[in-house]
Design a protein around this ligand. Structure first.
Ligand code: ATP
Ligand code: MG
Length: 418
C-alpha cells in the first residue's frame, strides 16, 4: 500500500515556510512530514488550506528546535502534543506522532509514539491518512491513494468503532464526501453513521457548528444532505424539521446569481421556515450573535417578499440593507417550489446591483423649523416623515421634501393636540 507516488510541482512543499519547518525537524534522529488535509488537497489538485505537520520529536524537542532556528512557537494544544510555529506570519501546527492505545473500555486513549503507520491509523478517513515527506514522497499506510482516485470517503478501520470513539466523525464523513467524494457515499460508512446516530446528542454545540457550516458549503452538499436526511441524522442534529427541497433550491439560486456559498444562508434554507426554527438552531449549533441575527432575519415573514412590485422591493431593501434583503429574498425564492419561474425572483434578487437606497434627507432641524419641540416628539415626527418619503418612492427634489416635511409636521401636531 505504501509508497510509489511522488508529489511533484509542489512549490509550497519544496520551498517557502513549510519547507523551512520540515527542515528543522528532519535529521538528528527525528522525522517530520506534512499530514492530513494538505496532502489530500495537493493530490486532488485543489487549493491547500492549513499545512499540518507531524513529527517524531516530542513537544519539548519541538519547542527547543524551533527556538534554536529562531522560529516563534506557541503551545496551542500542548496536551495533545501540538505546538504552533509561525514562519513568515504563516502558522503551522506541529504535532508529535500519536497512536491509539487499546483500553478495555470503549474510548481509545492517545499516546505519543514514533510510528507513522499507527499515526495514520488513528486518523478518520483513508483520504485524510496520507503523509508526504519534504522530498515529495507520499506515504500511504491506509489505502488513501486509491480512494482519492476513486472519490471514495472510507473510514480507516471498523466504522462503528471509529464512530464510537468520536461521534463528530459522523458529520465529518458527510462533509468529506460532500467536498471530495464522487457519487453516493460509502454504504458501510452510511450505515455505521445511522447506527451511531444516538451518539450525536453527546457532541458539544461548538464542534457541531464548525463541521455543519463547513458541510453546508461543500460542493456536493445537496447530495450529502439527502443522505443525512434519509438516515434521520438531520433531525438528530437540528432537533426539528430539515427542508431539503428548499436547501437544494437555495444552492441552485446562489449558483444562478453567481453568489459565493454562504453557510448561514444555506442553513436558513435547510432549517428555517419560521423564526422559532432560527432560535432553536442558534442554540443547537451555538451560533455567534451575528449568525443568529442573520438567521432570524431570514425567517422573519419572508413570504411577504414573493411577487413584490419594484417600489415595494426598494422599500424593503432600504429597511433591511443589502445583505438581509438578499438573504431573505433568497429564502422566499428557495421555498417557492421548484417549478416557480426564476425570472421575477432573479429580478428582485439583483435589485441591489441596480439601485442603492439614498439616505433619508430630512433632518431634525427641518422639523424644529416647523415648530416641533426638541425631545421624543422630534423622533416621532421623523419616523412619520420617513414613512411618507418611502411611500413616495424616495424623492430627492427640494419641493417634494418640503411638502413631506410640512405634511408630517401637520399630521404629528394634529394627532398630538392636547
Ligand atoms: P480542512 O480542509 O477542513 O482543514 P482537514 O482534513 O485538514 O480538512 P482538519 O479538521 O483540519 O481537517 O483535520 C486535520 C487532520 O486531522 C485530518 O485530515 C485528519 O487526518 C485528522 N482529524 C481531524 N479530525 C479528526 C477526528 N475527529 N478523528 C480522527 N482524525 C481527525
Ligand atoms: Mg485542516
Amino acid at each position: 500500500m505504501s509508497g510509489g507516488r511522488v508529489l511533484r510541482d509542489a512549490p509550497w512543499l519544496s520551498s517557502g515556510p513549510a519547507a523551512r519547518v520540515l527542515e528543522v525537524f528532519n535529521g538528528s534522529g527525528e522525522e517530520a512530514r506534512v499530514v492530513g488535509g494538505a496532502v489530500r488537497n495537493a493530490l486532488l489538485n485543489i487549493p491547500i488550506g492549513d499545512v499540518d505537520i507531524a513529527t517524531t520529536a516530542l513537544p519539548d524537542e519541538v519547542i527547543r528546535r524551533a527556538r534554536a532556528a529562531g522560529i516563534k512557537s506557541v503551545p496551542t494544544g500542548i496536551e495533545h502534543g501540538t505546538v504552533t510555529l509561525v514562519v513568515d506570519s504563516q502558522p503551522f501546527e506541529v504535532t508529535t506522532l500519536r497512536e491509539d492505545v487499546e483500553t478495555f473500555g470503549r474510548k481509545a486513549k492517545v499516546a505519543f509514539g514514533r510510528d507513522w503507520v499507527r499515526d495514520a491509523q488513528r486518523r478518520d478517513f483513508t483520504i485524510n491518512g496520507l503523509s508526504v515527506s519534504a522530498d515529495g514522497t507520499v506515504h500511504d499506510h491506509v489505502g488513501g491513494l486509491d480512494d482519492i482516485a476513486a472519490g471514495r470517503v472510507r473510514f480507516i478501520g471498523d466504522p462503528d468503532q471509529r464512530i464510537a470513539e468520536d461521534y463528530l466523525r459522523i458529520l465529518r464523513f458527510f462533509r468529506m464526501h460532500a467536498a471530495f467524494g464522487a457519487g453516493e457515499p460509502d454504504r458501510d460508512g452510511v450505515l455505521a453513521c445511522i447506527r451511531g446516530r444516538p451518539g450525536l446528542a453527546s457532541l458539544s454545540a461548538e464542534r457541531v457548528r464548525m463541521e455543519t457550516l463547513k458541510l453546508l458549503v461543500a460542493e456536493g452538499a445537496p447530495t450529502a444532505i439527502i443522505a443525512m436526511e434519509d438516515g434521520g441524522l438531520l433531525l438528530a442534529l437540528f432537533g426539528g424539521v430539515a427542508y431539503r427541497g428548499p436547501f437544494k433550491a437555495m444552492v441552485a439560486a446562489e449558483r444562478m446569481l453567481g453568489l459565493k456559498a454562504d453557510p448561514i444562508r444555506r442553513l436558513g434554507a435547510l432549517g428555517v421556515a419560521v423564526t422559532e426554527d432560527a432560535k432553536r438552531l442558534a442554540i443547537r449549533l451555538r451560533l455567534t450573535n451575528g449568525e443568529t441575527k442573520a438567521l432570524d432575519s431570514m425567517g422573519h415573514r419572508w413570504w411577504r417578499l414573493a411577487g413584490m412590485d419594484e417600489p415595494t422591493a426598494r422599500r424593503r431593501l432600504y429597511r433591511l440593507g443589502e445583505v438581509r434583503y438578499r438573504d431573505r429574498l433568497l429564502l422566499a425564492w428557495a421555498r417557492a417550489g421548484g417549478d416557480s419561474d426564476p425570472a421575477p425572483w432573479r429580478e428582485l434578487a439583483t435589485l441591489p446591483e441596480r439601485w442603492s437606497a439614498p439616505k433619508f434627507p430630512l433632518k431634525a432641524a427641518d422639523f424644529k423649523a416647523r415648530g416641533i419641540a426638541e425631545g421624543p416628539a422630534l423622533g416621532h415626527v421623523l419616523t412619520i416623515a420617513e414613512d411618507a418619503w418611502l411611500a413616495a418612492d424616495f424623492p430627492l427634489e427640494q419641493s417634494a421634501l418640503a411638502a413631506i416635511a410640512d405634511q408630517s409636521a401637520a399630521r404629528f401636531t394634529r394627532d398630538h393636540r392636547l
